[in-house]
Design a protein around this ligand. Sequence first.
Ligand SMILES: [Zn+2]
Length: 240
Amino acid sequence: MPTTMPNQTPPSQPIGRFAPSPTGELHLGSLTTALASFCHIKSIGGKWLLRMEDTDTERCDRQFTEQILMDLEALGLHWDGDVIYQSERIDIYNDYLSSYLGPLTYGCQCSRKDLEQYWAQEEISRNHSRASLAALTDQTSLDEQVSPIDQVQPNRQRYPRRCVASDLDRQQHKLRIQLPDYRIGFNDGIQGLQWDNPQQTLGDMVARRQDNMINYILAASSMMVYSRLLISCVVSIFYL
Ligand SMILES: [Zn+2]
């Protein structure tokens, strides 16, 4: 009986990228990143792409873009293909937001000041609860009676989902994406297995600002692993 080998798809060529933001000239840190990225991907036969993170039109300047290109060429860091400009890909990101990510998005009207007030109120409530507990147990030292969990400070960087059920107009407000609230594992090439809970660390992130500017996190992830996290909540390796 003849046997046939299963179809085997050859591994795709590895792709690395350097994504400077043209809000200034390259500095030592960004040059180190570029060099490390270039050497790594070239050492495994991959392509090295150059993507300009120029979605922030208020801070980005064309003269910095040109200077960055000249600096990289002068250092022999030649990229493959054409330079990719994020500002020219806005339609692609909006397509992602309205299709794949649509069910996970919601409008948000919270300003930075609103969130500061929210966390300030939370702090007042926490202190009030601790004081009430102290009164009930007739002890004067609060630190001795609260559990270690109560002493953990809330993560103020995390968005507290105030608008998730408000059903605000998505075109008229900033757009947030719901991130998963469970631990996700991935294998870092240097530090090994890493775990994190995106909801507890970040909260629902802003994907598109009220002025329709795409957040760089979404722009940077549209062709990276993190987009899989947003879409399917499964990073390329596995999750718990
Ligand atoms: Zn909000």
